[in-house]
Design a protein around this ligand. Structure first.
Ligand SMILES: [Ca+2]
Ligand SMILES: [Ca+2]
Length: 247
């Protein structure tokens, strides 16, 4: 979909234009950029003299712009992917190298002393973007006779994680950043080998929970809670996949 980009940063000396609302842009989707202050074309997709290169969200122009001004008004047309793009995103963590039993309500995360809040980048198309989580799949790298009963909390803001194997204690303000709490009504044994040699997969029912990412982020953040007492294997890996329809 042809989109006029309203938020950008132009640097005349570096010949760069940053697309401020985007984490990444694609050269083959940039259509036309005109310096309206000077009535000059800066980029045209089918003219080699008006080409450029892209890194991250920044276009470096072939054309010399040193005689222009950073404050010149630019007209940028970009072929943005159509809204409603369906994506799969995922993140994983490895729990500690111990086999300490969990109680119901405990946090399952990567460290008993210095845990890292799990993040999944690319949930939104652009920084501050939005979407809808359609369903979730949790993969457990082990197959225990008494498995975890997983519950996944999804936040739009990083939270301060409790230690592994401690009861979760989300603050009121952190609860106010929750966008979904996911239970998994379908569980299947994959490789039936007992313990670390096996695995299990948990699948949610349809979710349909909307979210809006933070201003400078495309990420959502997730917390795994066990609602059952279970004994893990050392360095068990949990992977969360989310199916998202991005706006
Ligand atoms: Ca515990
Ligand atoms: Ca395994």
């Amino acid at each position: 979909m042809k989109t006029r980009i309203g938020s950008y940063t132009f640097n005349q000396f570096n010949r760069t234009i940053a697309f401020d609302g985007y984490a990444t842009i694609h050269l083959d989707q940039i259509l036309l950029i005109t310096n309206l202050t000077r009535n000059l074309v800066l980029f045209q997709f089918n003219d080699p003299a008006l080409g450029g290169t892209v890194a991250g969200n920044t276009l470096t122009l072939t054309r010399d712009t040193s005689a222009m001004a950073n404050t010149d008004q630019l007209q940028i047309f970009y072929d943005d992917p159509a809204p409603g793009t369906n994506v799969m995103v995922s993140g994983s963590f490895t729990r500690p190298n111990d086999t300490s039993a969990y109680a119901a309500g405990d946090h399952v995360i990567n460290s008993t002393s210095n845990p890292t809040a799990n993040a999944i980048a690319g949930c939104a198309r652009i920084n501050g973007g939005s979407g809808t989580i359609m369903n979730a799949i949790l993969i457990d790298s082990a197959n225990m006779a008494t498995p975890i009963m997983p519950e996944v909390w999804i936040f739009d803001t990083p939270w301060t994680p409790d230690n592994d194997n401690a009861a979760i204690t989300p603050a009121d303000a952190e609860c106010a950043t929750v966008v979904a709490i996911i239970q998994f009504n379908t569980m299947a044994v994959g490789d039936a080998t007992s313990g670390a040699g096996g695995n299990r997969v948990f699948v949610s029912d349809p979710i349909a929970k909307g979210f809006v990412c933070g201003a400078a982020s495309t990420s959502l953040f997730w917390m795994l809670v066990t609602r059952s007492a279970f004994t893990p294997v050392a360095q068990e890996v949990f992977t969360l996949r989310l199916n998202i329809v991005q706006d």
